[in-house]
Write a protein that binds this ligand. Structure first.
Ligand SMILES: Cc1cc2nc3c(=O)[nH]c(=O)nc-3n(C[C@H](O)[C@H](O)[C@H](O)COP(=O)(O)OP(=O)(O)OC[C@H]3O[C@@H](n4cnc5c(N)ncnc54)[C@H](O)[C@@H]3O)c2cc1C
Ligand SMILES: *[C@@H]1O[C@H](CO)[C@@H](O)[C@H](O)[C@H]1NC(C)=O
Ligand SMILES: *[C@@H]1O[C@H](CO)[C@@H](O)[C@H](O)[C@H]1NC(C)=O
Ligand SMILES: *[C@@H]1O[C@H](CO)[C@@H](O)[C@H](O)[C@H]1NC(C)=O
Ligand SMILES: *[C@@H]1O[C@H](CO)[C@@H](O)[C@H](O)[C@H]1NC(C)=O
Length: 501
């Protein structure tokens, strides 16, 4: 897929030239918007600010509200003067928006320091990575047969279809719903994948139950804290994230968010948005946002508003929508808790069947879905800044570990996993959707010029998914504002784009 990069670059260039040629901000058949608000300064909100600036030009005023910390679910904790990722940590090499951001912001890639992975079932390791790639392949083949190849092909095919989004977005096409977006990429097959369970889809593909239990389930547990009943689409996103070619941002992934805010020349307001209400303003609608800091309250009017934080009531954004006629629909569902514990200490290798820690060869431990297992994964982690000559700590040394678990680890649990420890830092995340199979995908357009970004997480929750949604909303808001509706929900884009060239 190497051609994708230069090719896409060319497309983006071409389409921005075309966009300027045939519309331009001054030629909209109404005034351009003067003020835009974005609620949430995670990767979704900050990427939206960046793309809105690109499409609406330098004049529009962009406010970004953040009640917590810029970065949201991209966050670090400090242990011993070094920072470690506690939320979203890995980025796939084909996540092209994230790559673009890092490039434009002059940030650096942090490659992972190699370390071996094994799968633990509560009693013993059932799968162990070795130093020798061919041996690993052979073992996978021996143990699971054709399953392994079938799975690889399935994931690649989905990735290849998903990559179409960059071409569509490069040509300026937008979608008014997550369903339309998915349908344009992979037809009804993609839509069905948001409703069918992963295990059902894989079994149908001919992947063996054993492979699903011993390989797929551990990957779902580490990435989404859930089991193989999650929908096939998010399952595929998760499996793509288990491939090689992963990276992260030096200094911490959250640097992308603060960088994008600056690049977009957006105005950060450290406050919680409490209500959003519509007000008729001539032919169009404006939105009044009320917001509060610890000490002050404020209120402001906007032409366009993008909500870039989950609206499920259990997540507690604290936003209420008032005065909408008819009322805005409730956003259903809930988010899944995953607790990230960053532990500085000595791993209890005996617990994993290695009485001599010097002989413990693994950096990451994944787990099967076995009753009684109290954690999803445990891994020795690298700081966000890796100096030359950095090496992982050996298991007999004190190191920094990240443990994901469904509940906070109590003392006995910590004493089981660690011989002893110096510190434990706990983040209880409302991490990603709690996926059910019957869930409808939430809307993108809540009202005329009021948009919702985080519905895309119900197809798959990842930094790149929020970035794709950000670009889509910026394009959608732009086309709807300038009434270029032929750029929204166009059918048969593959064909259209071929003939446009
Ligand atoms: C433990 C964990 C591991 C993960 N691992 C990965 C990974 O390896 N790779 C990957 O790609 N993804 C991963 N993810 C998912 C990824 O982190 C998220 O999909 C992504 O960061 C979501 O970004 P967002 O901007 O859409 O939402 P958020 O980051 O949640 O941003 C929303 C922001 O809105 C703010 N906010 C909420 N309400 C209000 C209000 N009323 N007023 C003002 N501000 C408000 C919040 O404080 C928050 O900062 C992981 C997530 C977790 C939790
Ligand atoms: C998706 O599901 C619908 C309804 O069940 C079915 O008609 C369609 O053929 C499915 N699409 C694919 C590609 O499997
Ligand atoms: C997966 O977890 C859900 C609850 O979150 C449960 O209802 C379902 O039965 C589980 N599926 C399997 C295959 O264990
Ligand atoms: C970590 O990396 C970032 C980005 O390259 C850099 O700005 C920062 O100064 C580094 N911090 C340390 C402690 O080296
Ligand atoms: C380590 O694991 C062993 C084996 O499960 C267990 O007996 C022991 O209590 C654990 N904790 C410590 C601190 O050694």
């Amino acid at each position: 897929m190497h051609w994708c990069l230069p090719f896409r670059f060319l497309l983006t260039l071409l389409s921005s030239i075309l966009a300027l040629g045939d519309s331009g901000f001054a030629q909209l058949d109404g005034a351009p918007p003067s003020k835009i608000a974005i609620v949430g300064a995670g990767i979704g909100g900050t990427a939206t600010a960046h793309f809105l600036r690109q499409h609406f030009g330098p004049e529009v005023h962009i406010d970004v509200f953040e009640k917590g910390t810029v970065g949201g679910r991209l966050a670090t904790v400090t242990v011993n003067h070094q920072d470690y990722e506690s939320g979203g940590s890995i980025i796939h090499s084909l996540n092209l928006h994230m790559q673009d951001f890092v490039k434009q912001l002059g940030l650096k890639y942090r490659k992972n320091v190699a370390g071996k992975t094994a799968v633990f079932n509560g009693e013993e390791f059932i799968l162990e990575e070795t130093d020798w790639y061919l041996l690993d392949l052979f073992r996978l083949w021996w143990r699971y047969g054709i399953s392994f190849i079938r799975l690889q092909m399935w994931v690649e095919e989905i990735m290849e279809k998903f990559m179409r989004i960059y071409k569509y977005q490069g040509h300026g096409y937008a979608f008014s719903s997550v369903e339309e977006l998915l349908h344009s990429l992979g037809g009804s097959g993609f839509l069905n994948m948001t409703h069918r369970s992963l295990s059902e889809s894989l079994l149908e593909l001919g992947v063996s139950q054993r492979f699903i239990d011993e390989v797929i389930a551990p990957v779902m547990r580490v990435n989404y804290g859930q089991n193989i009943s999650i929908p096939a689409f998010v399952g595929a996103v998760s499996l793509a994230g288990a491939q090689a070619n992963l990276w992260a941002v030096e200094g911490g992934n959250k640097l992308v968010c603060s960088g994008l805010l600056k690049l977009a020349k957006a105005n950060l307001i450290q406050a919680q948005v409490t209500t959003i209400s519509p007000h008729a303003a001539g032919e169009s609608t404006q939105y009044q946002l009320n917001y509060a800091t610890l000490t002050e309250k404020g209120s402001e009017f906007y032409d366009i508003v993008v909500v870039a934080t989950p609206l499920q009531s259990s997540v507690g954004s604290g936003i209420s929508f008032q005065g909408f006629e008819p009322q805005l629909p409730d956003i259903a569902g809930s988010y899944h808790h995953t607790v990230a514990s960053i532990v500085h200490g000595y791993l209890n290798c005996s617990y994993f069947g290695f009485p001599d820690p010097k002989l413990f060869p693994f950096a990451s431990v994944l787990t099967t879905d076995s009753p009684g297992l109290f954690f999803n994964s445990a891994a020795s982690i690298c700081p966000v800044n890796i100096s030359t000559g950095f090496r992982r700590k050996q298991p007999q040394e004190a190191g920094v570990y990240k443990v994901f678990s469904p509940q906070p680890l109590d003392k006995p649990a910590l004493k089981t996993l660690f011989r002893s420890y110096y510190s434990v830092q706990v983040t209880d995340w409302q991490a990603y959707p709690h996926y059910g199979s019957t869930q409808d995908l939430p809307p993108v357009v809540l009202h005329d010029s009021l948009y919702y970004l985080n519905g895309i997480e119900w197809a798959g929750s990842a930094m790149e998914m929020s970035s794709v949604a950000a670009k889509n909303i910026a394009l959608l808001a732009y086309h709807r504002w300038s009434r270029q509706l032929e750029m929204v929900d166009q059918k048969d884009l593959m064909h259209k784009i071929k003939t446009e060239l």
